[in-house]
Design a protein around this ligand. Structure first.
Ligand code: AMP
Length: 399
C-alpha cells in the first residue's frame, strides 16, 4: 500500500496544541492492575515528542470487547495510573470518550499533561465507523495522531472517520511498524525466509500466496502443515487437516515450484492421541502421522532442518507457532524457531515477528522482544499489511 501521502507526526503543526492520539492500550489487567504494560511503553517515543512540544495529550483507546455497552469490567480507568507512572506526568481520566465528561477532563488538564478517555467501544458507533460519533470525538482535539498499529486494519470511528475531520498523521510506533514490515517485503536482504505456522490453512492462505512472490524459502509448520503433508501424499492421522483446502495447498506448492521457492515442511512430528498434555506422547520416524495419532509439534529432525536453513537466511519473517505450544509437551518446536531467530539476529539477519501468538511463544520461552529486529504490536494488522491489503486506518490518513 502507498504510504508516501501519509503525514508523519514530525510533519504536523502541533506545538502547544491539544492532540488526540489513538493508542492501542488494550492491555491485560489482573485484579484491576495492568499486568503487562508493553503496549503502553511502545508509544513512549510519540508521547515524549508531544510532551516536548508542550501539547495537551488526549488518548483514546479500547479495552476488550464490551460490544457497544458500558461495562465496568472493560473500563480503562485502571490503565490511567500505569500511564501516569510510565510517562511521569499527570493523567486525568474522563468517564466517557465524548461529551461533557471528556470536555471537562480536557479543560481541567494543562499542557504537558495527559487525558485518558474511557473505552471507545462502550459506544456501538465506534465499531460502526459512525460519522457523527467521529465528529464528537474530533471535538476532543485539534490534531489527530494514529499510534494504534493494532487497530489500523479496522475501519472504526477512531481510526477511519476521524481522520477526515482533523489534520493528522502517524506516530513513531506506526512508522516503525510500516517501515519494518514494508521494507522487509519490498527490499529484503536475501535469502529471505518466512516461517508460517498456526492452526489453519484457511486463515493463512492469503499470506502464503503473497509471501511466495517475495521469499526464497517458505517454512510451514503447525496444524496447517498437515493439509500440505496430505497434499503431498503423507498420512495425517487425527491431525488438524482441512480436506477442503488440499487443492489450495497443492496450488501453493505448485506456485512455489514454478518460482523456485524452497518449501520446508515437517519431516517428523511429535504426536499424541488427543489434543491434551496428559495423553502419551510419541515422535514419528518420518512425516507420516499414523492412524489414531495427532501431530501437535514438529519433531527433532524437523527442528534441525529448519534451524540449519533459517541460519543461512538474512531476513526471517515469522507468524504462527509451529506446534500447540500452550501445552508443555508441544512447545519445543516453537521455542526452537524463536531461539533460531534470536541467533540469526545476532548474526546480523533482519528478524521480524508478525505479532499474535508468536509473541506469546517468546513470552513463554522467557525470551525478550529485543532479541528480534522487530516484533509487531499488531497481529491482524501486520498480517493484512503483509498480504498487501489496504489498511483503513492508514488509507484514511492518505491525502
Ligand atoms: P493462529 O492463531 O492461526 O496463529 O494459531 C495459533 C494456534 O495454533 C495456537 O493456539 C496453537 O496451539 C495452534 N496449533 C499450532 N500447531 C498446532 C497443531 N499441530 N495442531 C493443533 N493446533 C496447533
Amino acid at each position: 500500500m502507498e504510504l508516501k501521502n501519509i503525514k508523519k507526526i514530525q510533519d504536523l503543526d502541533l506545538k502547544n496544541k491539544t492532540v488526540l492520539v489513538r493508542v492501542d492500550y488494550n492491555v491485560p489487567l489482573e485484579n484491576g492492575v495492568v499486568s503487562n504494560n508493553k503496549r503502553i511503553t511502545a508509544t513512549e517515543k510519540t508521547i515524549k515528542y508531544l510532551l516536548d512540544n508542550n501539547c495537551k495529550i488526549v488518548l483514546m483507546a479500547h479495552l476488550g470487547r464490551p460490544k457497544g455497552k458500558v461495562n465496568p469490567e472493560f473500563s480503562l480507568k485502571p490503565v490511567a495510573p500505569e500511564v501516569e507512572k510510565i510517562f511521569g506526568v499527570k493523567v486525568h481520566f474522563a468517564s466517557d470518550c465524548i461529551g461533557k465528561p471528556a470536555q471537562d477532563a480536557i479543560k481541567a488538564a494543562k499542557n504537558k499533561e495527559i487525558v485518558l478517555l474511557e473505552n471507545l467501544r462502550f459506544h456501538p458507533e465506534e465499531e460502526a465507523n459512525d460519522a457523527n460519533f467521529a465528529k464528537e470525538l474530533a471535538k476532543n482535539g485539534e490534531v489527530f495522531v494514529q499510534e494504534a498499529f493494532g487497530t489500523v486494519h479496522r475501519a472504526h470511528a477512531s481510526t477511519s472517520a476521524i481522520a477526515k475531520l482533523l489534520p493528522g498523521g502517524i506516530g513513531f510506533l506506526v512508522q516503525k511498524e510500516v517501515e519494518f514490515l514494508g521494507d522487509a517485503l519490498a527490499n529484503p536482504k536475501r535469502p529471505f525466509a518466512a516461517v508460517i505456522g498456526g492452526a489453519k490453512v484457511s486463515d493463512k492462505i492469503m499470506v502464503l500466496n503473497t509471501l511466495i512472490d517475495k521469499v526464497n524459502v517458505l517454512v510451514i509448520g503447525g496444524g496447517m502443515a498437515y493439509t500440505f503433508l496430505k497434499a503431498q501424499g503423507f498420512t495425517t492421522g487425527k491431525s488438524l487437516m482441512e480436506a477442503d483446502k488440499i487443492e489450495e495447498a497443492k496450488a501453493v506448492l505448485a506456485k512455489a515450484k514454478s518460482k523456485g521457492v524452497e518449501i520446508l515442511l515437517p519431516v517428523d512430528n511429535v504426536c499424541s492421541t488427543e489434543f491434551s498434555n496428559d495423553t502419551p506422547v510419541m515422535t514419528t520416524k518420518d512425516a507420516n502421522v499414523p492412524d489414531g495419532q495427532m501431530g501437535l509439534d514438529i519433531g527433532p529432525k524437523t527442528i534441525e532442518l529448519f534451524d540449519k536453513k533459517l541460519l543461512e537466511c538474512k531476513t526471517i519473517f515469522w507468524n504462527g507457532p509451529v506446534g500447540a505450544f500452550e501445552m508443555s509437551n508441544f512447545e519445543k518446536g516453537s521455542f526452537a524457531i524463536a531461539k533460531t531467530m534470536a541467533a540469526a539476529t545476532k548474526k546480523g539477519a533482519v528478524t521480524i515477528i508478525g505479532g499474535g501468538d508468536s509473541l506469546n511463544v517468546l513470552k513463554k520461552a522467557k525470551m525478550k522482544t529485543s532479541e528480534m529486529s522487530h516484533c509487531s504490536t499488531g497481529g491482524g494488522a501486520s498480517m493484512e499489511f503483509v498480504e498487501g491489503q489496504e489498511l483503513p486506518g492508514l488509507v484514511a490518513l492518505a491525502k
